[in-house]
Design a protein. Structure first.
Lengths: 481, 221
């Protein structure tokens, strides 16, 4: 099966060794006192919040991390395996902008946009997980992390990638998840959500993210440790140097998490960005950022832990050819590198903007990527020698049973977002470009798709937990679509 | 009762692309004394129209439409023999003469179209491939078809479509026959440029276009 590899085994080892040296000699700044205490007790040297980790401790903690995570759908009826060669696409997360569906202009994202995005992602065939994809401007900051979770739980059964913005945010979100799955016990063995915990490059853990990481470990919540260096600005300009540093950041997170709870589920995340020295912007559509993301996942695979990367997003500010080719490259490379969780579809302007139209276009590319991974089937039926003999010179295969029976196996059949008409038929149907067609599919799916409601009394329980949280923050219940 | 069951099963055979089944059921219909014209129209052709409609809506694939047409043909062969034996006739929707133009030996597209048109009730006379312009003209004069179909797969042989139309005009026959052009490179601009009546001589739209032209023909008459 087709696969892309950037790092031979020796290179992975060299990066690993270099990262161990960074952790031992340079150290990592940890701004969370509880974590510092934990690390000190485990034998790390600490100086002004900078923690020096002995290689033996890092190696030992790495061994404890599980190789695979079972992510359950909301109502517990289905599951996704995160690890090995599985590839799961989900929308890129936490955008603050949104491409307005009427005007096409980029504006601040609102709660109603998030509801639409979640419903759309629930309907899409090749987007298998949700993400808390936007930070709506019309929701109070104090609850904006958990409000996004609330919207997903009400509008989708797909599992999700999310994250908290405060220490108590994570605890509140855990309570909400428990409410919809039937209590803490039900959630503990069957996670519905992965929580992002991002170290700050270079080599720092903020108090809040570190606490989130600790709480994930305590409660058995899968933690996605996502270094997000900007190459040349917050990490070395070289891909290899960036890999060494971000790997050290990941490993420091593994040490913290495994010291809290041996066997705590962690995911090797990556959001390496290029840094454009002309415009001073982070670039995730940059080809070297894609190389770094895939290569980082290879290091994660070498460690035997599930992997994640931000791929399939674009630095373009509009749904256009640039957004298509950058996202297409990222989605295909992610599949070829077997990145387990791929966050990016729908995203524009690096990680800052979401577009429903782009999401349905990217969904087609995800479908293509799954087909790509199937490669060339060479079994007897696929070789089709008997069919070739039967049809013979000058005949055709259109009426053959073999054609009908193998059509869907051999061919990825896209929705009409992808135009395959004759030029005449295309003109007659209004000469619509991909954006027009994407708009129509978004309209259709939003109109036709009915999300599965929460079963039994679980909606009531969720509302109660949400109301309690709002009351604690002194907020009146907002109007929630 | 038995008739309804057989008509339903004939339709099912077409929908399931089951040539053998269609042939067997057609024989059972004949042996059971079912009116062969009714078996053809209400059993086979009706089901094929359904598959055709599904194809038109993008819900069925061309491979399924063609397979359904072939299943219908298998059954229709048996029923047509019975119709002829009884001295009855199935009223043809229209007579259509078709061929691939001179210099072009591509037959697949044309053959599929022939299958579709026959299944839809057209009387189709197939002149084959690499047909000289003068043969088209002679046959139009001799057989007086309602429609002439000219197939050309290559941009290099498309010019022959114009040549045939010009020759029909010179022979004073152009007004007597509608001309449909087919083939991958054919566009509506080309139809207009060379003075044909329509394009769409492909498996998906051939029947629809041919029926439309028949309607126009009647309106003119």
């Amino acid at each position: 099966m087709p696969r892309v590899r950037f790092l031979p085994r020796d290179d992975v080892k060299a990066i690993h060794e270099a990262s161990l040296e960074v952790l031992e000699n340079t150290g990592v700044m940890v701004k969370n006192p509880g974590a510092v205490k934990l690390l000190e007790d485990a034998g790390c040297g600490v100086e002004d919040q900078v923690v020096h980790m002995p290689p033996s401790l890092v190696e030992e903690c790495l061994k404890r991390a599980p190789s695979s995570i079972t992510l359950h759908k909301r109502d517990g009826d289905d599951r996704l395996q995160v690890g090995g060669d599985s590839v799961i696409y989900n929308p890129g997360s936490a955008a603050i902008y949104f491409i307005d569906r009427e005007t096409g202009e980029m504006r601040r994202a609102l709660s109603r946009d998030l509801v639409q995005l979640v419903r759309l992602a629930d309907a899409l065939e090749y987007v298998h997980a949700q993400s808390t994809a936007m930070v709506p401007a019309d929701v109070p900051d104090a609850i904006s992390d958990l409000y996004r979770l609330y919207v997903i739980l009400k509008n989708s059964t797909k599992p999700m990638v999310t994250g908290a913005f405060t220490k108590e945010g994570l605890i509140d979100m855990k309570r909400m998840l428990e409410a919809v799955v039937g209590g803490p016990e039900a959630l503990a063995g069957a996670p519905r959500a992965i929580f992002d915990c991002c170290p700050s490059s270079p080599l720092m853990w903020s108090d809040v993210t570190c606490e989130n990481l600790i709480d994930c470990a305590r409660f058995g919540i899968p933690a996605e440790i996502i270094p997000a260096p900007q190459m040349g600005a917050t990490s070395p300009v070289s891909v290899a140097g960036t890999l060494v540093q971000s790997n050290a950041e990941f490993l420091s997170g593994v040490v913290i998490s495994q010291l809290v709870a041996p066997g705590a589920p962690v995911i090797y995340g990556g959001s390496p960005a290029g840094f454009d020295m002309r415009y001073c912007t982070a670039r995730l559509g940059a080809i070297e950022a894609m190389i770094a993301a895939c290569a980082a996942a290879e290091v994660g695979k070498h460690y035997g832990v599930p992997t994640h990367a931000y791929l399939g997003l674009s630095d373009s500010k509009a749904v256009d050819a640039q957004s298509g080719f950058e996202s297409g490259l990222g989605i295909i490379l992610a599949a070829l590198a077997r990145v387990n969780i791929v966050s990016g579809p729908g995203m524009l302007a690096c990680e800052n903007c979401q577009s429903l139209e782009k999401l349905v276009i990217d969904n087609e590319i995800c479908g293509m990527a799954y087909r790509l991974l199937e490669g060339v089937s060479l079994d007897g039926a696929a070789m089709a020698a008997d069919v070739i003999a039967k049809v013979g010179p000058g005949g055709h295969f259109l009426a053959e049973k073999h054609t009908r029976e193998n059509l869907r196996k051999e061919q990825f059949i896209p929705s009409d977002v992808v135009c395959r008409m004759t030029p005449d038929a295309w003109r007659k149907s209004g000469s619509k470009d991909v954006l027009d067609r994407a708009r129509e599919r978004v309209d259709r799916l939003l109109e036709e798709h009915v999300p599965t409601p929460l079963p039994g009394d679980r909606e009531k329980r969720l509302e109660q937990v949400f109301k309690d949280i709002l009351a604690r923050h002194g907020l009146p219940p907002p109007t929630v679509p | 009762m038995m008739k309804d069951k057989i008509l339903e099963e004939l339709g099912e055979a077409v929908r399931n692309f089951d040539e053998e089944g269609a042939r067997r059921l057609a024989r059972e219909a004949v042996e059971g004394g079912v009116d062969p014209v009714e078996a053809l129209e209400e059993g086979l052709a009706k089901a094929l129209r359904e598959v055709g409609d599904r194809f038109g809506r993008g819900e069925a694939f061309i491979t399924e439409l063609i397979a359904a047409a072939q299943a219908m043909e298998a059954g229709a062969e048996v029923l047509n023999r019975e119709i002829a034996r009884r001295g009855a006739s199935r009223k043809a929707v229209g007579r259509l003469l078709i061929g691939t133009v001179e210099g072009d030996i591509h037959s697949i597209g044309k053959n599929i179209v022939v299958t579709m048109l026959r299944a839809a009730g057209f009387e189709v006379i197939d002149l084959g491939v690499d047909v000289p312009t003068r043969v088209f003209v002679e046959k139009v004069r001799e057989l007086k078809p309602d429609i002439l179909g000219l197939s050309a797969l290559m941009t290099t042989t498309m010019a022959k479509q114009r040549e045939v139309i010009d020759a029909l005009r010179e022979a004073g026959l152009r007004a007597d026959v509608k001309v449909i052009l087919g083939g991958a490179p054919v566009t509506e601009e080309w139809v207009e440029e060379v003075g044909a009546d329509a394009c769409g001589l492909d498996a998906g739209s051939a029947v629809k276009v041919a029926l439309r032209l028949m309607g126009e023909g009647r309106a003119d008459a």
